[in-house]
Design a protein around this ligand. Structure first.
Ligand code: ADP
Ligand code: MG
Length: 382
């Protein structure tokens, strides 16, 4: 059951959003997550529901209010996007006046019990509404009071449109995907994404690995990686991963050339002891782009190099451009990955940009996300 199937007319609708956005000096730096929440909010407003929004922001200490974690900072952005006044409520849970059409509640993580999924807090949240909508995909991997507990106690708890879109997009790349499926994974450390890589080799046809994490795989294959970011403790896992890929007939593609800290392009067999690998080289970018061009489904997480420095951004830019041009269903996710896509103004060229960081990775790992499981187990009285 989804929120499109039920009558929310004049009801009190509590929506868990993911408004955990980057904020600098009180200004929202990137409003992707807020923009993504708007359709779900409008759906409720259109049928004259009272809309109550709750979210977390950052990781404050529970019980201690701090201005830097206050959701009041996002009110101007939310009002601009909704073209409507938003009433901010700092101290809650309290009864919410019915005349306030759109309410934003203060950061749920200021409340003791939120991250412990305290049942009393979850009941208090549930009592604020007739219908609870979970639309925070980016928080769906957390079993907290506002993401899981409230689902158990609400009379009626449903998945919101963003949550549904996210799951559908990822399923379209992993489970109901058109083949060939090409996944591109990068980022700093292989240890942080090992579980994702292990899950991907079982599902995708081509797994391209770039960024710092490729160094450990190159080292396993016998190449010297000099002073590059490299995790010797992961060599055993590197071996297991390459074996698992072979068994699943997943082709793993690694860089054949790289860019050193001095901006010099070298073949992977020519890396010297004091070299540091900070980007993939032009030949690798070309080869990766050829695989991407042949894909029917593309999943991308993790930059190909230290792209924050323009000298080492070409690999990441090349991959972003290749995906943008591909005639495939493409999904990208991850904090730095989205920052790179945003820098290049390529957002609209992707079929879907995921708002989930950790949740996106955990969904790719094939883990059930606690909030989604809670929604599936819910016996609703809507
Ligand atoms: P995402 O947030 O998209 O999931 P990660 O957080 O895993 O991505 O990784 C992003 C970081 O990885 C970037 O800050 C980038 O500078 C770093 N990185 C990528 N390649 C390298 C490399 N070769 N050496 C050092 N750092 C790298
Ligand atoms: Mg990151």
């Amino acid at each position: 059951m989804t929120c499109a199937d039920i009558n929310m007319h004049n009801k009190r609708v509590l929506i868990r959003e993911d408004f955990n956005v980057p904020i600098n000096n009180g200004q929202v730096v990137n409003d992707l997550r807020i923009r993504a929440a708007i359709p779900g909010i409008k759906q409720a407003l259109d049928v004259n529901a009272q809309v109550i929004l709750m979210s977390h922001l950052g990781r404050p200490e529970a019980g201690v209010w701090q201005a830097e974690y206050s959701l009041q900072q996002i009110v101007p952005v939310l009002q601009d996007l909704l073209v409507q006044e938003v009433k901010f409520i700092k101290d809650w849970p309290v009864a919410i006046p019915r005349e306030d059409k759109i309410v934003l509640l203060e950061n749920v993580r200021f409340l003791p019990g939120e991250t412990e999924n305290d049942p009393i807090l979850a009941q208090q949240m549930a009592s604020l509404c007739d219908v609870f909508i979970m639309d925070a995909f980016g928080s769906a991997h957390r079993a907290h009071a506002s993401t899981v507990g409230v689902i158990e106690y609400a009379q009626c708890a449903l998945a919101g449109p963003l949550l549904e879109q996210e799951v559908t997009a990822l399923d379209n790349c992993l489970y109901n995907a058109k083949k060939p499926i090409v996944a591109i994974v990068g980022g700093a450390k292989i240890s942080s994404k090992l579980a994702v890589l292990q899950a991907l080799v079982k599902k995708v046809d081509i797994l391209i690995v770039g960024g710092g994490m490729a160094n450990t795989l190159l080292a396993y294959r016998g190449y010297s990686v000099g002073k590059s970011l490299y995790e010797p403790s992961m060599l055993v896992d590197a071996e297991d991963l390459l074996l698992a890929a072979q068994q699943s007939k997943c082709k793993i593609i690694l860089p054949i050339d790289i860019v050193t800290q001095h901006g010099v392009v070298k073949h992977v067999d020519a890396v010297a002891a004091d070299d540091q690998i900070l980007d993939i080289g032009p030949e690798s970018t070309k080869i990766f782009a050829e695989y991407i061009a042949q894909a029917a489904s593309i999943l991308w997480n993790g930059p190909m190099g230290k792209f924050e420095d323009a000298k080492f951004a070409k690999g990441t830019q090349g991959i972003a451009n290749a995906i943008a041009q591909a005639n495939a269903f493409s999904v990208a996710g991850g904090g730095e990955t989205l920052a790179a896509i945003d820098q290049m103004y390529l957002n609209s060229k992707f079929s879907f940009i995921s708002t989930g960081g950790g949740a996106f990775l955990e969904y790719m790992e094939g883990k059930g996300l606690p909030a989604i499981t809670a929604l599936m187990n819910k016996r609703n009285k809507c």
